[in-house]
Ligand binder design. Structure first.
Ligand code: PEP
Ligand code: MG
Length: 315
């Protein structure tokens, strides 16, 4: 009842002049889709599959994976789901993948890199995703974490399409991937920018280190510049480029991201309503102007302050 009538609490993401920016949710299991907040999402932008693999000593089998994925696909009833293949390593260690002993796990064999060492892990996961998607008839898209090169994107796309899954993307979490966004887009159907890891690698700042919060601030102009490069490449290729890191959950930054040309924003369910309201208060031209101001700022603090003072009031 507290919600203003001018602030739609449901419905698709739109700027004031009607440009669509899809509002999606980040989840780790079907349980996170229950409740009112997630009901307003246009789809799942990031289904983290690590949860199924954590706190156990062996890999989950095919059937167990099919059940877990099908539960999420069915719960979304027709809305698209972007499922991410296993992102093990660094901040998500998995004992049975023999990653112990790496001196720098964040720079080690993590994410898609594990698939080189253990191809059967990826193969089984893709088979489970394909079976679950057939069982539920869901609109499923698959993406890989920690992709650094277009060659990696090509290899992942080949394996994934061979497994029967046709809509394939990669995450942009490594600066090299952002710099080569056009080449990545030659290989895949979409990009999804993971700002948590992209910040970590752009600023050489451990994402788990609280002392480095200033460098990891998603308003950092250098980060925004890389996002802009990806969005521009997406526009040229006519392919979607979304953001699924924490940056997408900040309503004011969401307006900036829309202005940079990002086509979807994926966030925790509780951020949907405020982000939807901020977008609805700005035209695409407003978004573009604010994005330009943020890019021109000297640092994160100035970017945030300038955009805050220039943004329109959000009802
Ligand atoms: C990211 O890195 O921004 C991301 C969305 O993935 P995760 O937080 O799971 O590493
Ligand atoms: Mg990540």
């Amino acid at each position: 009842a507290r919600r203003d009538r001018a602030t739609p609490s449901r419905g698709p993401g739109r700027t004031a002049d009607g440009r669509a920016v899809k509002l999606l949710v980040n989840i780790g299991s079907a349980a996170q889709l229950r409740g009112d907040e997630a009901a307003g999402a246009e789809g799942v932008g990031l289904f983290r599959t690590e949860l199924l693999f954590l706190d156990r000593s062996t890999l989950p089998g095919l059937d167990e994976q099919v059940r877990a994925y099908a539960e999420v696909f069915a719960a979304m009833a027709g809305r698209p789901v972007v499922i991410r293949t296993l992102d093990a390593g660094a901040d998500k260690p998995l004992p049975f993948l023999d990653q112990a002993g790496e001196p720098n796990p964040a720079l080690g064999v993590r994410g898609l890199r594990v698939a080189r060492r253990r191809p059967e892990v990826l193969r089984t996961q893709l088979e489970a995703i394909d079976l679950a998607s057939r069982r539920t008839g869901a609109d499923v898209r698959v993406m890989a974490p920690m992709v650094a090169t277009a060659a990696e994107a090509r290899e992942f796309a080949m394996i994934t399409r061979a497994a029967g899954l046709s809509n394939v993307g990669v995450m942009v979490e490594v600066p090299a991937a952002a710099l080569r966004a056009p080449q990545l887009l030659d290989q895949v159907d979409f990009l999804s920018i993971g700002t948590n890891d992209l910040s970590q690698y752009v600023f050489a700042a451990d994402r788990q280190c609280g002392d480095l919060a200033e460098l990891l601030d998603p308003w950092q102009p250098a980060l925004l510049q890389l996002i802009a490069a990806c969005a521009t490449a997406g526009g040229a290729a006519g392919k979607p480029v979304g953001v699924c890191g924490e940056a997408a959950a900040d309503p004011l930054l969401a307006v900036v991201l829309a202005g940079l040309g990002v086509t979807s924003l994926s966030m925790s369910p509780r951020a949907l309503a405020p982000v939807r309201a901020a977008l609805a208060a700005h035209t695409l031209a407003d978004c573009a102007r604010l994005a330009k101001l943020a890019l021109a700022a000297e640092d994160a603090e100035q970017a945030r302050a300038t955009v805050r003072s220039e943004a329109r009031p959000v009802p």
